[in-house]
Design a protein around this ligand. Structure first.
Ligand SMILES: [Zn+2]
Length: 273
């Protein structure tokens, strides 16, 4: 477990300094930041978003040959079924919390969404209900949320509940204005950040290209969180991952997000930027 903890420590440093989202060929080595000493295996956490609605690609993802993290939307037709299935596979389950974006249609949000016009009490109630709706959840990430994750008051209300349940938060990094590093540090909630979106364009070419971005990123970083989706790109993403995983495994371990979380005692000695 010590090895994991040490790797975890490096991961948080890497995540904390990478404050610009990387979605394309921009995944170059971090500039002007502390160089992480690279040796041995890399760690990659695959997170797949948007489970809970019987979306396309769900069975294909559930056949991935490695453990991964299943982000399940609350209050949807297959919320419980998908969470239970993933848990039985040994995957991590996290709540994929619908949150208001700066742009986007309200109907994409799904039920139980958090918006910036809500009171702290309403936010707290909705987050509690969402956690209760997703069995076995050990963490949370945002579905959309570019407006909410830039709002300190709202995120403080959300993260207070997350902390109460001993969960971590994964910042999907839908906005560069994210307040998550600041508010999670304040409250002592473990924070992980996404470095590569696999399938923001729904083509096999693009998804394969993003696997290349991941490879490049791992040349200079010990660990990486990558996010894909069930839904429109689901089958394509599952197929690309199935193909890529065996070829990455000689240098890379695939882990669940909970294995990347740094215990709070150790987190205290890591400087926050
Ligand atoms: Zn989503």
């Amino acid at each position: 477990m010590h090895v994991k903890t040490r790797l975890g420590g490096s991961i948080l440093i890497a995540a904390a300094v990478l404050l610009t989202p990387i979605t394309g060929a921009a995944a170059a080595a971090p500039k002007n930041e502390k160089q992480v000493e690279l040796k041995g295996h890399r760690q990659v956490a695959i997170v797949i978003d948007d489970f809970g609605n019987g979306m396309t690609g769900t069975p294909e993802m559930m056949e991935l040959p490695v453990r991964f993290t299943v982000a399940v939307m609350p209050f949807m037709p297959t919320t419980k079924q998908d969470a239970e299935f993933a848990f039985k596979r040994g995957d991590d389950v996290i709540v994929h919390m619908p949150m208001e974006p700066v742009r986007g249609k309200p109907e994409w949000l799904g039920p139980g969404a958090i918006t910036t016009s809500m009171s702290d009490a309403e936010i707290s109630k909705r987050v509690e209900e969402a956690i209760a709706a997703v069995p076995h959840a050990v963490g949370m990430n945002n579905h959309m949320g570019s407006k909410v994750t830039a709002d300190e008051r709202v995120m403080r209300a959300v993260l207070t509940v997350v902390k109460k349940h001993g969960m971590f938060f994964l910042d999907s990094r839908t906005t560069y204005k994210t307040v998550l590093p600041k508010v999670t540090a304040e409250l002592g909630v473990p924070l992980l950040s996404n470095q590569v979106f696999l399938d923001d364009v729904y083509t096999t070419n693009h998804i394969a290209k993003q696997v290349g971005v991941l490879r490049k990123y791992l040349e200079t970083n010990e660990s990486c969180v990558i996010i894909g989706h069930v839904g429109p790109p689901g089958k394509l993403t599952a197929a690309v991952l199935k193909d890529a995983i065996p070829r990455l495994q000689s240098t890379t371990s695939f882990v669940k997000l909970s294995e990347m979380v740094v215990p709070s005692a150790e987190k205290d000695i890591i400087p926050h930027s």
